[in-house]
Design a protein around this ligand. Sequence first.
Ligand SMILES: Nc1ncnc2c1ncn2[C@@H]1O[C@H](COP(=O)(O)OP(=O)(O)OP(=O)(O)O)[C@@H](O)[C@H]1O
Length: 252
Amino acid sequence: MECQHVSYQYPHQPQGLHDLTGTFPPGQVTTIIGPNGAGKSTLLNLLAQRLPLQAGQILLDQQPVTQLKPKVLAQQVAMVTQRHQLYDELTVREVVATGRLPYHGLLQAVPPAEVTPYLAANGLTDLADTIMQDLSGGQQQRVWLAAALAQEPSVLLLDEPTTYLDVHYQQVLMTQLRQLAAQGMTVIQVLHDINQAFRESDWLWLLQAGQLVASGTPADLRDATLLARAFATPIEIVDVPQLGPYIVQIPQ
Ligand SMILES: Nc1ncnc2c1ncn2[C@@H]1O[C@H](COP(=O)(O)OP(=O)(O)OP(=O)(O)O)[C@@H](O)[C@H]1O
């Protein structure tokens, strides 16, 4: 996936996205980092076509996404959504089945056999008949991931997917994302934990005030001056035994 001169402006808001050009390498994990309000979620929503493109192009396999039929796009690009009250009364099985809608159109038409493997792969079999509002935040997060994977997308977008997860499940998720990328999926996520982002990604995008300040490998972006400027805070990179380079914010 790639962006060419993508800009976006919300009505009556001074800040938006300005002329973003860059790639999300296929079969790799890309993490978008940057301070609050930098435009990370806006970019993910544009990539998912949840916001209309105002300027520039987003290409998927060299094809502008705006030229893809909605059904084809829904089969190609999945986004892990945060909690949504509309789904509170649905069972886990039904929510995961929504991932199959691009292939069948109606929830009732989704064969149960197409849902079962995604429940099992995400540790949800025992929760299949529980309604969403009776789940913890972390369990709900796993349901959204299972639903997105049931879409069998080539591009998986995740907005702060670790928010509701304890440290163990954060690591489980990061390993799962790496495995999906190794199988050829393009994974694009937003993370706030900068060390997790550097550790778990193949490629990084650094946004600041709606601009793409830098993109590249973690080694390319591991630069205290660059990060300090972007996050407007003093930063040092220290070497931690058994962990390697670690980004530390220095108290002012
Ligand atoms: N629905 C909206 N309507 C108007 N302005 C918005 C809307 N969503 C975001 N914005 C504005 O767009 C800018 C970018 O917001 P966005 O949520 O994309 O940033 P972010 O980098 O994801 O931030 P955070 O790290 O706080 O989640 C901000 O100035 C924000 O106030």
